[in-house]
Design a protein around this ligand. Structure first.
Ligand SMILES: Nc1ncnc2c1ncn2[C@@H]1O[C@H](COP(=O)(O)OP(=O)(O)OP(=O)(O)O)[C@@H](O)[C@H]1O
Ligand SMILES: [Mg+2]
Length: 235
């Protein structure tokens, strides 16, 4: 079967000047990521994981190199084009959930649809479906402070999914959760990807979290040092 490459980077690099020193946060990264897979970017603190994720999502500009996602050259888009690209094609899951504190679970999940000209009734219907998908519809009226960390992250996942994005970016999605809840959340993400075929790019320093991925990209000092293919891979 021919590979369906969604994301491709070429010599992707990010340098920071700090005093007289140049820090190579990312150093000539060449990656190909296929559609419908979970990719874990695994490395120790300071290895460049977030830098890589932010560059793929167009949140930061590379110093040099290219990021191609589908038909878009992310590194060449204007800020306005990037905003549109993110709204249309991506979802984000954050370590600290980043839910809006004054909104209910339902309103938080419905929120990304506001930018898409979807009417309120449809927004709330879709949001409720997403809450069901992540198994937390009973808490739909709860504000973030009225939920546990695991419940808040389920809401965060529902919010990331509500626009049916091609790509979901997640930086340490289980970083604030205990090990049992971490497993539950990773199994949820795994099941969703297996049925909905989104592509997930996930950053973690936790090997046991990375093991839910199809591919583990090991990163050290801004370089990809190895890739481990774990599931469903023919070559
Ligand atoms: N704005 C910046 N200015 C200077 N150096 C930076 C900046 N952002 C990141 N760095 C450096 O780039 C390197 C990679 O940082 P990055 O945040 O990508 O690491 P990380 O792998 O995500 O770490 P963590 O697991 O702690 O989140 C680090 O050495 C960091 O100090
Ligand atoms: Mg980081």
């Amino acid at each position: 079967m021919e590979k369906d490459i969604l994301i491709r980077t070429k010599n992707l690099s990010k340098y920071y000047a700090v005093g007289d020193e140049t820090i190579k946060a990312l150093d000539d990264v060449n990656l190909e990521i296929e559609r419908g897979q979970i990719v874990a970017i695994l490395g120790t603190s300071g290895s460049g994981k977030s830098t890589l994720l932010n560059m793929l999502a167009g949140l930061e500009r590379p110093t040099k190199g290219e990021v191609q996602i589908g038909k878009f050259r992310i590194d060449e888009l204007t800020e306005a084009q990037l905003t549109k690209f993110r709204q249309r094609y991506t979802g984000f899951i954050f370590q600290a959930y980043n839910l809006l504190p004054t909104l209910t679970a339902l309103e938080n999940v419905a929120f990304p649809l506001c930018f898409r000209g979807v009417d309120k009734q449809t927004r709330e219907k879709k949001a409720f479906e997403m809450l069901k998908l992540v198994g937390i519809e009973k808490r739909y009226k709860h504000k973030p402070t009225e939920m546990s960390g695991g419940q808040q992250q389920r809401v965060g996942i529902a919010r990331a999914l509500v626009t049916d994005p091609s790509i979901i970016f997640a930086d340490e999605p289980t970083g604030n959760l205990d090990s049992h809840t971490t497993q539950e959340v990773m199994e949820l993400i795994r099941n969703i990807v297996d049925t909905r075929h989104n592509t997930v790019i996930m950053v973690t320093h936790d090997k046991s979290v990375a093991e839910y991925a199809d591919i583990i990209v090991n990163i050290s000092d801004g370089k990809v040092v190895s890739k481990e293919y774990r599931r469903n891979m023919e070559n």
